[in-house]
Design a protein around this ligand. Structure first.
Ligand code: PGA
Length: 253
């Protein structure tokens, strides 16, 4: 069975002290509930990573970076490599978020290298895929998401693919208040699992955590997470407040 994961993506929010404070609140809130079967991840900005790793140490909170540069080192002003991320103690890296694709022009060639760089450092990629509105409206969502996964992940060996967490994030649902219905999420997640099974086999597909992202909140998480192929969520806005985020983490219960 796939591991249940709820990952918060803080995007460009929270100063270092605000991030540390949020993790303190998460730690005390999570100590009061049973979340032993859910992996909890937070993704602060690069500059907050060290501090958040320190505050989270010894707790149920794991730490991800929101991006990585594909090269190992060198003259790439302003960029951060997987090796540097590893050195601050993060365990996960979000790759290919739709905002990175849309605003920073990340393409399949970049994402292939990023996935490889992250796996080479022993970190876990949280790989994002998803269709935009007009693609959904014209019924092309499976073709689009399947194409992304094929172009960006199918170069991996089975062993390396089994280290990847997949996040399905319909772009039309991100930060818009629109959410995929639980059935739309389930349909896509089942498609992704089947597509992965064709390439890497059913066993690896069954073990792959497939997260839903896009306006997930405490009020809709339980229904979405109750779907068979939804193994958790990648949460933006609702990850910025401890109560909301904990409300989503405990939606599995
Ligand atoms: P949202 O963002 O929950 O604010 O829609 C999700 C994401 O971008 O990962």
């Amino acid at each position: 069975m796939a591991r249940k994961i709820v990952a918060g993506n803080w995007k460009m929010n929270k100063t270092v002290s605000e991030g540390a404070q949020l993790v303190e609140e998460l730690k005390s809130g999570l100590a009061k509930v049973d979340v032993s079967d859910v992996t909890v991840v937070v993704s602060p900005t690069y500059v907050s990573l060290s501090e958040v790793v320190k505050v989270a140490e010894g707790s149920a909170v794991n730490v991800a970076a929101q991006n990585v540069h594909q090269e190992a080192n060198g003259a790439y002003t302003g960029e951060i490599s997987a090796d540097i991320l590893k050195s601050v103690g993060v365990g996960y890296v979000i790759i290919g978020h739709s905002e990175r694709r849309e605003y920073f022009g990340e393409n399949a060639a970049d994402l292939v290298k990023k996935v490889d760089a992250v796996i080479a450092q022993g970190l876990t990629p949280i790989y994002c895929c998803g269709e935009v509105k007009h693609q959904r409206e014209s019924g092309k969502q499976n073709e689009i998401v399947g194409g992304q996964i094929k172009d960006e992940l199918f170069h991996l060996s089975s062993e390396d693919f089994s280290k990847v967490v997949v996040a399905y994030e319909p772009v039309w649902a991100i930060g818009t208040g629109l959410t995929a219905s639980p059935d739309q999420a389930q349909d896509m997640h089942a498609f992704i699992r089947g597509f992965v099974a064709e390439k890497f086999g059913q066993e690896i597909a069954d073990e792959t955590s497939i997260l839903y992202g896009g306006s997930c909140k405490p009020s809709n998480a339980a229904e979405i997470f109750s779907k068979k192929d939804v193994d958790g969520g990648l949460i933006g806005g609702a990850a910025l407040k401890a109560d909301d985020f904990i409300g989503i983490i405990t939606a599995f219960n």
